[in-house]
Design a protein around this ligand. Structure first.
Ligand code: HEC
Length: 163
């Protein structure tokens, strides 16, 4: 009799263990999927879109999938709060963040134009030594440096307006 009970308990435990593992597996798959979506969303740097009346109807038509992706992107912190120039987005955003919030490179938002311009000039001339910034700035002329400094100098204000 005792043997039967033990056998029954063992069988029940086995079934429970199998079910539990299956559930864990599902959970892991789900996490993996979320992780992949976040990774994908990081690949392209999304641009801020000004909400114009003509874009409103489009927004309503967004698929469920797109909405979810957007939420994930926001969570991943890659959504830009305001629009930036193509020059900045292409050359600088990857390291300094889409809104200058900093990543590999230091945070730029909140620093004034004069400071930024001086830093850029010093990097370009080699007075301030940084191999990455030096190489990058060789391709930009004085006008572009000035424009970038002006733009970055206005990031803090733009962020304020966007919030
Ligand atoms: C590959 C990464 C990378 C890219 C791309 C990049 N930077 Fe940098 N940037 C850095 C790093 C790293 C530093 C820190 C260097 C140091 O302080 O020695 C830096 C420093 C700076 C600083 C000085 C910040 C401070 O607080 O003194 C400014 C300004 C700056 N970058 C502007 C730009 C601009 C404008 C662009 C686009 C044209 C750009 N960076 C592109 C990596 C990058």
């Amino acid at each position: 009799m005792i043997r039967h009970i033990i056998a029954a308990i063992a069988a029940a435990l086995t079934v429970w263990a199998i079910l539990y593992m299956a559930k864990l597996d599902q959970e892991v798959n789900r996490l993996q999927m979320i992780h992949e979506i976040i990774q994908k969303s990081k690949l392209e740097v999304p641009m801020a879109k000004k909400a114009t009346p003509t874009q409103q109807p489009q927004k309503a038509e967004e698929s469920e999938e797109e909405k979810k992706l957007k939420v994930l992107k926001e969570k991943a912190g890659r959504m830009s709060a305001f629009e930036v120039s193509t020059t900045y987005r292409r050359n600088c955003a990857s390291c300094h963040g889409i809104n200058g919030e900093g990543a590999v490179g230091p945070k730029l938002i909140g620093k004034n134009k004069e400071y930024i311009l001086q830093a850029l000039k010093d990097f370009k001339s080699g007075k301030r030594k940084n191999y990455v910034m030096y190489g990058l700035l060789q391709q930009l002329d004085d006008k572009e440096l000035d424009d970038l400094a002006t733009e970055i100098g206005s990031f803090a204000q733009k962020l304020k307006e966007a919030q």
